[in-house]
Design a protein around this ligand. Structure first.
Ligand code: IMP
Ligand code: MG
Length: 177
């Protein structure tokens, strides 16, 4: 795909080698017990597929739909569950798998929501982190890459539902709203 508006920020090979490292690290942090990986749809679908296969242990996978964005480049600030989990989290070790932490509004809301379900522990793995933009506190245990305050697409991330299937993570030019 050639598109003059797109500029590669993180090439596919770098994404895959970083995910292999994260898989090793997370596997050794959870040597025993069940581990439920919870993918936040749709952006984290590609990360979930690769991270779960980079794990050196058994895992359960589940999916949750959350919307906070609408069609723009900035969060609407309003978080809504559009698809709930299939499994109970009671007593479970939970790893939330998210594409990117931006304002932190989505993950802050989600942590509060999932903590009410009495898991044994919850950690977050986010492929990307834009620390400059944080409005709400979120502790992210596993971060793939810290990136500058630029809007990115590809490897699951979208702009108005486009560009998710790009191999690389790319910066998208254009107006910021
Ligand atoms: P937050 O609630 O502001 O932290 O936003 C988190 C969600 O916004 C992520 O799960 C993404 O779906 C979306 N998002 C934030 N930044 C970007 C970006 O640069 N590109 C695409 N989606 C983004
Ligand atoms: Mg998301």
């Amino acid at each position: 795909m050639t598109n003059p508006k797109l500029q590669v920020l993180i090439p596919a090979e770098k994404i895959h080698s970083r995910i292999r490292e994260l898989g090793e690290q997370i596997s050794s942090d959870y040597p025993t017990g069940n581990l439920n990986m919870v993918c936040i749809l749709k952006g984290a679908a590609y990360f979930m597929a690769d991270l779960s296969r980079a794990m050196r242990r058994e895992v359960f996978i589940d999916f949750m739909g959350i919307s906070s964005y609408g069609k723009g480049k900035r969060s609407s600030g309003e978080v809504k569950v559009t698809k709930d989990l299939d499994f109970s989290l009671e007593g479970a070790s939970v790893l939330i798998v998210e594409d990117i932490v931006d304002s932190g509004v989505t993950l802050n809301y989600l942590m509060n929501l999932l903590e009410q379900r009495r898991p044994d522990s919850i950690r977050i793995a986010a492929l990307l982190d834009k620390p400059e933009r944080r409005l709400r506190p979120v502790h992210v245990h596993y971060v793939g890459f810290q990136i500058p305050d630029r809007f990115v697409v590809g490897y699951g991330l979208d702009y108005a539902e486009k560009y998710r299937n790009l191999d690389d993570i790319c910066m998208l030019d254009g107006p910021s709203e």
